[in-house]
Design a binder for this molecule. Structure first.
Ligand SMILES: Cc1cc2nc3c(=O)[nH]c(=O)nc-3n(C[C@H](O)[C@H](O)[C@H](O)COP(=O)(O)OP(=O)(O)OC[C@H]3O[C@@H](n4cnc5c(N)ncnc54)[C@H](O)[C@@H]3O)c2cc1C
Length: 652
């Protein structure tokens, strides 16, 4: 397998424009002759399907929800970055590029990141034109707030519902193309396999979630925009339906999987309240604009009423350790620091398995400074959500927060044209690995999804189709298509047969899988822990395949069957995450190997616990090649070159 990034060369600010000019075009009259499948109708897929349909392609789109409006993008709260520099505070495309490469701890491709920063400005115009109600200043200009890892305010937002408003915008665009017959929409339809003929992606196999029917859909190009795989951890901020199956099944058909161990843990989530819990809730990073994070300095204070703890006994650990960025440190560092103080016994809230895993996010100073109504104006719905879940009023008592799994930087490997290692299979949004390196900055995922969907797919899909031409000679009777459908039917019937006598529920296995991955491949990783996880996972997976309980039949709606097939894929992915984390013998961004960290330096007053990268050995993307069930995957490396931003130890 060869990993060619196909990234252009030359001055970075001209690369995308020149590349666009050098790409081939499909003549307008020919576009309708090409069929394009788009799996996923969140921000990336919804924007992509609608834009391609507007260009004239024949598009079929798929999602497993009952409506594209329910894609997980709807959950995004805080905002979307764009280098508009409306604030006049020193922002620029170059600064967004710089912050993103540095934020990702120098493990992303420069050309891709620059392009992302460049098109960010167009996204805001496009979305405003679609009617997205971004927050505005009194004078009418779009408002901005700050997010982690940046010293400028470049985050556009719609209260705490930015994802919902953006998705409604993209969805209305998509709905218009569905209505006009340019997009055929298949809701409640899950992609369960990829069809590859002569090395080229030619279609997908789906399972209708209502009738259970397995069916092949053929096309000239297939786009996966199927979101992230954070639910491998069981407990996460993702919607419960988010899964890895589409990209995992494509991986098994030849698409390399890049950096699977790069998973983001978000610092501000509502802490877990008990063992029975199945979902975690994010409190937007935007809250760190005004909330101050602290824990008691003394262990004996952790159960006290926080209001009774005097200022001198409060440990504002981020403000003390990182005065320049304070509470707006990037997510990976803010999360690790919360873990460290809780490990030291300074955490607050309920004790679970002997440790209190919570820190305060306190708005008292902001309320005293700006007044409660100003804070309610900025974060009202988030405060209300917090109170409904915890029963505590955050205007009166500090919120309690703790890190939780939130986003996956890993995903299918793609080149600059969003093409995977299977020609004809393109990957967009969170499903690909491309832009965030080892750590994503807040408000950059919505930006990437819409950049891919609105501004990159329309060019690169045309280039591919103009180059590869129309796919011919493949229809439902082709052996590769028949085999793919038969394999899906066999997989379903095996789960049903075994499942009737199963002993443990899917969720029970998933919970155990998640706790192994969280404990050994979560916020901190070590050689010993990863090896333990790698020893346990195959055993648990084999047991799952023998003893999982799946009642009912495969011929209709069967939620346990859906979950079982997804968890089966999570098992294989989880093992690959651990292998990837083990092989990457360095710390970078979210990937914190305990063996590679800085120590406290009293001379410079620098605190330890930071990542120590090994650029000589690991300044690359690791992309894994599937070799067959039970076979070890093969690791390939795409070297990363830093021509514009000097490789340096991150310092905040
Ligand atoms: C709680 C929360 C808050 C967030 N807040 C922010 C924020 O403020 N700013 C920010 O930039 N980012 C935020 N993020 C991240 C961001 O929301 C996501 O990264 C982004 O929305 C992903 O968009 P997407 O289009 O790639 O995928 P999704 O929106 O997840 O869409 C995936 C689509 O794929 C479909 N699909 C998946 N698998 C299959 C299959 N096998 N067959 C058929 N269809 C399939 C689904 O039905 C869906 O339509 C947040 C994430 C979370 C969890």
């Amino acid at each position: 397998m060869e990993l060619r990034s196909n990234a252009p060369t030359g001055p970075i600010e001209k690369r995308w424009d020149q590349h666009k000019f050098s790409m081939k075009l499909v003549n307008p009259a020919n576009k309708r002759k090409f069929k394009v499948i788009v799996v996923g109708t969140g921000l990336a897929g919804g924007a992509g399907a609608a834009s391609l349909a507007d260009l004239g392609y024949d598009v079929e789109a798929f999602c497993y929800q009952d409506s594209p409006r329910r894609a997980h993008s709807i959950a995004a709260q805080g905002g979307i970055n764009a280098a508009k520099n409306y604030q006049g505070d020193g922002d620029s495309i170059y600064r967004l590029f710089y912050d993103t490469v540095k934020g990702g701890d120098f493990r992303a491709r420069e050309s891709n990141v620059y392009r992302l920063a460049q098109v960010s400005v167009d996204i805001i115009d496009q979305c405003a034109a679609l009617g997205v109600p971004f927050a505005r200043e009194y004078g009418g200009l779009l408002a901005n707030r700050s997010f982690g890892g940046a010293q400028v305010s470049r985050t556009f937002y719609a209260r705490g519902q930015t994802g919902q408003q953006l998705l409604l915008g993209a969805y209305s665009h998509l709905a218009r193309t569905i209505q006009s017959g340019k997009v055929k929409m298949h809701p409640r339809c899950e992609m369960v396999d990829l069809i590859v003929v002569d090395g080229r992606a030619r279609g997908i196999v789906t399972r209708d979630l209502v009738t259970g029917k397995a069916e092949a859909h053929l096309a000239d190009a297939v786009i996966l925009a199927t979101g992230g795989y954070g639910n491998v951890f069981y407990l996460s901020t993702n919607a419960k339906g988010c899964n890895t199956s589409a990209i995992w099944r494509a991986h098994r058909k030849g698409a390399a999987f890049a950096n699977p161990c790069f998973t983001q843990i978000h610092p501000t989530c509502i802490p877990q309240a008990g063992d029975y819990q199945s979902k975690l809730t994010l409190m937007s990073e935007s809250l760190r604009n005004d909330g101050r994070i602290w824990v008691p300095r003394k262990k004996e204070d952790v159960t006290k009423d926080p209001a009774s703890i005097p200022e001198k006994d409060r440990y504002y650990y981020l403000e003390e350790k990182y005065p320049a960025f304070g509470n707006l440190m990037p997510r990976d560092i803010a999360s690790r620091q919360a873990k460290f103080v809780c490990d030291e016994g300074l955490g607050v809230g309920p004790e679970i398995a002997g440790v209190r895993r919570g820190v305060y996010l306190d708005f008292a100073a902001a309320i005293a400074r700006d007044g409660q109504s100003a804070i309610a104006e900025r974060y009202g719905n988030l405060f209300e959500m917090y109170e409904r879940i915890t029963g505590e009023n955050p205007y009166k008592v500090p919120m309690r927060i703790y890190p939780a799994t939130h986003y996956t930087m890993g995903g299918l490997w793609v080149d600059y044209n969003l093409m995977s290692t299977v020609p004809g299979l393109l990957v967009a949004g969170e499903a690909n690995f491309s832009d965030h390196g080892a750590n994503r900055l807040g408000a950059s995922a919505l930006m990437q999804g819409l950049a891919d969907g609105f501004f990159i797919l329309p060019y690169v899909v045309g280039h591919y189709l103009a180059t590869a031409g129309k796919s011919t000679g493949v229809d439902a009777s082709h052996p590769a298509v028949k085999d793919a459908v038969a394999a899906v039917e066999k997989r379903v019937s095996t789960f049903i047969e075994v499942g009737q006598h199963g002993k443990r529920t899917v969720d029970d296995y998933h919970r155990e899988l998640g706790s192994i991955i969280w404990n050994h491949c979560g916020m901190a990783r070590s050689e010993k822990g990863l090896k333990q996880a790698l020893a346990k996972l195959p055993e648990l997976h084999a047991d799952f395949r023998k003893n999982v309980k799946v009642l009912g039949s495969g011929e209709g709606l069967n939620r346990e069957l859906e979950k079982a097939m997804r968890v089966d894929d999570f098992f294989e992915l989880g093992a690959l995450m651990c292998r990837d984390a083990l092989e990457r013998d360095e710390s970078a961004g979210c990937h914190f190997r305990e063996e590679h960290q800085t120590k406290d330096d009293p001379a410079t007053k620098k605190y330890g616990g930071e990542c120590v990268r090994n650029d000589e050995k690991f300044a690359h993307v690791a992309a894994w090649e599937w070799k067959g069930e039970g076979q070890a995957e093969v690791r390939h490396a795409e070297a990363l070159e830093y021509e514009f931003i000097k490789l340096a130890q991150r310092s905040y």
